[in-house]
Design a protein around this ligand. Structure first.
Ligand code: NDP
Length: 290
């Protein structure tokens, strides 16, 4: 008996520009293969002037969802039908999910970060120092506040950007996460990590390939045993900051944890399956080892 075939895969993907260097496809498709899902994750170059058409195309072609990266994280919002809680607070979307036929914007960057850090400690009541105040810092700060974080010190060279994040945390975010108390610290010279800090996070691009020898303006003598030090840099995963922190007895978490964490949440949103993080991490390690 001839058997029925299915040559149609379920589609998800990533819209960005430039997007060719984005490694997400490698980890997501590794998970699809591992779990026997006949799905594809397409890496698609979308210029800002074509974003509306791309979203309409995703609807027309029955995409199950898609990631948005630079420069679309804010611009995509008017083209969607609704927002999840943290995406609404941040005003930024990196993952679009189809729910009851509606396109809902979520932000999985901060959630991926929180999932990674939970393996080391419970963020509730902890004191966090965040280096940087850009997109990654914003996502981390909002989701750490929603996870119960107490004091958040935003350290930035750009005072206006740092103050804007501090104001967001003490305003709209505190309305739903009462325990958060944010302060801005200007970043001049080598930053000294205050006593009592539980978690230090580098949320700048310092250390990212190819500038791997770049040094953060940080007084590493103020990294103390027992402190948890996290880097958002996924490539290379073992940054100069993490090496310094380990040498001083800190617990460390690398940028692959956040990248894999957000990818895992995206796959769960899209497919309903909770994928194997080990498979995803190994796929990225292979890509970055090239
Ligand atoms: P943004 O451009 O939005 O923000 C970057 C921030 O870093 C700004 O506050 C900027 O401040 C600060 N900064 C940059 N260089 C320095 C420096 N030399 N000293 C002090 N501050 C500095 O970028 P994103 O937040 O989107 O991305 C930041 C990093 O996070 C990237 O390397 C990216 O790869 C990584 N990332 C990792 C993810 C993961 O899953 N692991 C997810 C998302 C991002 P200023 O205005 O003063 O320059």
């Amino acid at each position: 008996m001839p058997r029925a075939h299915n040559f149609r895969q379920e589609l998800v993907g990533c819209f960005g520009q430039p997007v060719a260097e984005n490694p997400t496809q490698a980890m997501i498709e590794a998970a699809f293969r591992h779990h026997g899902l006949d799905w594809r994750y397409l890496t698609i170059e979308v210029a800002p002037e074509n974003l509306a058409a791309a979203v309409a195309g995703a609807r027309a072609m029955g995409f199950q969802g898609f990631n948005c990266t630079i420069p679309h994280k804010l611009a995509v919002i008017p083209h969607l039908d609704g927002l999840g809680e943290s995406a609404a607070l941040m005003g930024a979307v990196n993952c679009v999910v189809v729910r009851d036929g509606r396109l809902i914007g979520e932000n999985t960057d901060g959630k991926g970060f929180v999932a990674g850090i939970r393996r080391l400690l419970d963020p509730a009541g902890r004191s966090l120092v965040l280096l940087g105040a850009g997109g990654a810092a914003r996502a981390i700060a909002v989701d750490m506040a929603l996870a119960g974080c107490g004091r958040i010190t935003v350290v930035s060279r750009d005072a206006a950007q740092g103050q804007a994040l501090t104001d967001l945390l003490n305003g709209k975010v505190r309305a739903v996460a009462q325990g958060v108390n944010a302060v801005h610290a200007p970043w001049r010279g080598d930053f000294a990590v205050p006593e009592g800090t539980d978690i230090l996070v580098n949320a700048t691009q310092v250390g990212l390939y190819p500038d791997v020898a770049a040094r953060l303006a940080l007084d590493v003598g103020t990294l103390r045993p027992g402190m948890t030090v996290v880097d958002v840099i996924p490539n290379p995963p073992r940054t100069r900051l993490l090496r310094d922190a380990e040498a001083r007895g800190c617990r460390v978490l690398d940028g692959l944890a956040m990248l894999v964490g957000q990818g895992r949440i995206g796959i769960k949103y899209w497919t309903g399956i909770d994928p194997d993080e080990g498979v995803m991490r190994r796929a990225l390690e292979e890509v970055f080892a090239d």
